[in-house]
Design a protein around this ligand. Structure first.
Ligand code: FAD
Length: 615
């Protein structure tokens, strides 16, 4: 093992370029040709690959550093053998040899290494790719792999595909949030001379509407799996070796064991087993205590509801129940709701939604709960010494929304040699490869942010890498998760959406930014909608090196349809746009989307829809 310096190679006409992304960390095991940093000149950005494989001993550059040909990026403990492609581990009884061996795993799992079990039985099914879990990650991986010509088996324990997102997450919550938003909107029309009177809520019909929405989508997935000749196997999957999965067949609506078993042999596997809601240990087992799945079941509308945890999922469900008639309390250990979003965005939502809440308990923890005939009696304590907390309160419904935990420890991953962290996550490299080179993992099970669009993106990467390796297609085999940003959205009313760097992060990291903020009070469309409480803000690089033409680093929107608009800001970040690029892009008028162009013009100093800006 030799220590070598990895240097910037010949980068053409560029004399000096800035490091805008560091893609590896000290301790990472990397492949030859793996991207190490992204650099950017005033004309283009490019990734610089490693000339050798090995372990990163010391990083020599950080964000913002200027480098040129010959600059040392890092010191590597180079492994001769790792620089050349190595064969995949192919234990006995593997279905058939891959057409092309994969490159070795390029990552440093934080979890302890596990040794794979040897499986010597026979298999009922054989495939190129086994996908474990039929959520957005799993079905997208299966479909992409099938579209690329691979033989795919998809294992899902529940009766329908779609996972948490389609069945008990993104989709049913948005079906209900849409109804709630329309109800709220209609109630505001009274001021415009239209009075529909008080709403009559039929909870059974509303539940039926939500179920119909879900059924339409999950039914569509089953059809698409058939059209692609993806074999779906219903049952609970556990690894029994590095190339075998055993499936205990399940039946009914849930995951009741039906008695039968199937063994599937695979060349490659993609683990997409997702996550589940965290349950607090002291919460009584009582139908009045629910997680998000229980809340979405929409059994009845409580009078008093406690949301435990002030994150997006809890507040979205709270919005629905409140519009249907519940009074809300929320308890959160941290000092603000919707952590992660800039406070100025959250403030607008909080002001508009104050009427829904009796108590917003911040820096407060829940310390006990008891089921009583009157309701669930919940006790609170201050998070900090010397703080105060309310007396115990009684609720008709308590929603536990304190986070989600990955399912990594429930699939016997160790029998395949796959390392799982103490918390149940599976570490992967940027190609979504686990510590076992022919097994990949995607979605909630590999880490935050636990979002469906991240899972789908990762799914395509894993499927493409596998197809590339099995079919000898170098371009596909080089696929990697290179997205710069992943947008976040709270589908509350108003919606809050943000992407890339936040103002708080910029401050904490000492990054100088120029802000362009366009208040919707100046937006013709927002005023016409009677909803001008929001704003759009963009953050541009304002470091001296940017010479006043810095690229966009982040942005946030609060207001109606913020979630539908944030994609434009994500695209601008991916494309490295500056304020002129965005401001000079003609946006249609009058739309809420033009607030993005106008925020860019504000940053540039050329916006004519706001009062004259001071120079
Ligand atoms: P999952 O969707 O969890 O799917 C994993 C699948 O694997 C499941 O179907 C499970 O049954 C199956 N499985 C697990 N173990 C086994 C096994 N051993 N054998 C067989 N099958 C197994 N994200 C967004 O991007 N936007 C939103 O608006 C949004 N809203 C949400 C609202 C709520 C209430 C919740 C709870 C989540 C929301 N999310 C949202 C998050 C989103 O649902 C997840 O990020 C996404 O579903 C993760 O996809 P996945 O494929 O990794 O896992």
């Amino acid at each position: 093992m030799a220590l070598i310096d990895i240097q910037v190679p010949d980068i053409g006409d560029f004399d000096e370029v800035a490091v805008i992304e560091v893609l590896v960390q000290t301790g990472d095991t990397i492949r030859a040709e793996q991207s190490l940093v992204t650099v950017e000149s005033d004309k283009a950005s490019m990734e610089i690959p490693s000339s050798h494989a090995g372990k990163v001993k010391e990083l020599k550059v950080k964000l913002g550093d200027k480098v040129r040909q010959g600059s040392v990026l890092l010191t590597l403990e180079a492994e001769e053998s790792a620089a050349a492609p190595a064969p995949a581990s192919a234990p006995a009884a593997a279905p058939s040899e891959p057409k092309q061996a994969p490159a070795p795993a390029a990552q440093a799992p934080a979890a302890p290494e596990a040794e794979a079990s040897r499986f010597s039985g026979s298999a009922d099914l054989e495939c190129d790719v086994l996908v474990l879990g039929g959520g957005p990650g799993g079905y997208s991986a299966a479909f992409r792999a099938a579209d690329l010509g691979l033989k795919v088996v998809l294992v899902e324990r529940y009766a329908t595909l779609g996972g948490v997102c389609l069945n008990v997450g993104c989709i049913p919550s948005k079906a209900l949030l849409h109804v709630a938003a329309v109800m709220d909107e209609v109630s505001h029309l009274k001021a415009a001379g239209i009075d529909f009177g008080a709403p009559q809520v039929n909870i059974d019909t509303l539940r039926g509407h939500k179920d119909k929405v879900v059924g339409k989508l999950t039914g569509g997935l089953a059809q698409m799996a058939k059209m692609r000749k993806v074999t779906t196997v219903r049952g609970y999957g556990s690894f029994v070796g590095a190339n075998h999965l055993e499936v205990e067949e399940t039946s009914g609506d849930g995951q009741d064991r039906a008695g039968g078993k199937k063994t599937i042999a695979f060349q490659r596997a993609i683990i997409a087993a997702g996550s589940q809601a965290v349950r607090l240990p002291f919460m009584p087992d009582d139908p009045r205590v629910v997680d998000s799945t229980g809340a979405l079941a929409l059994k009845e509308v409580p009078k008093r509801m406690l949301i435990l945890g002030g994150g997006i999922i809890g507040l979205e469900m709270g919005t629905v129940y409140s519009t249907l008639g519940a009074r809300l309390d929320v308890v959160e250990m941290l000092d603000g709701l919707m952590q992660g979003a800039d406070r100025d965005l959250v403030k607008v939502w909080q002001k508009m939604n104050a009427h829904r809440f009796d108590n917003v308990m911040l820096k407060t923890k829940t310390v006990g709960a008891e089921a009583t005939p009157e309701g669930i009696k919940v006790s609170f304590a201050p998070e900090e010494e010397g703080g105060s907390a309310p007396e115990p309160q009684v609720y008709d419904l308590v929603l536990q929304a304190v986070g989600r935990t990955p399912n990594g420890k429930k699939i016997a991953a160790e029998k395949a040699g796959v390392a799982v962290t103490d918390r149940g996550f599976i570490d992967v490299d940027i190609q979504m490869r686990t510590n076992v080179p022919h097994i990949f993992a995607i979605g909630d099970i590999v880490g935050q942010p636990m979002l469906a669009h991240k899972a789908v993106h990762e799914a395509h990467v894993a499927a493409e890498v596998i197809a590339g390796e099995l079919q000898g297609n170098q371009e596909l085999a080089a696929a990697a998760f290179n997205a710069r940003v992943i947008p976040s959205v709270a589908y509350t009313d108003p919606e809050i959406a943000w992407v890339g760097l936040t103002e708080e992060q910029a401050k904490a990291q000492g990054i100088k930014v120029k802000k362009g903020l366009f208040p919707w009070a100046a937006s013709g469309r927002a005023i016409a909608n009677g909803r001008d409480e929001g704003f759009t803000k963009l953050l541009f690089d304002d470091s001296p090196e940017a010479h006043g033409h810095g690229r966009i680093l982040g942005g946030g929107i609060v207001g109606m349809h913020a979630g539908d608009m944030i994609g434009e800001i994500a695209l601008a970040i991916e494309m490295g746009a500056d304020s002129v690029d965005i401001g000079k892009t003609i946006h249609p008028h009058p739309t809420l989307g033009e607030s993005i162009g106008m925020a860019a013009e504000v940053a540039h100093g050329s916006c004519t829809d706001v009062p004259p800006q001071r120079k």
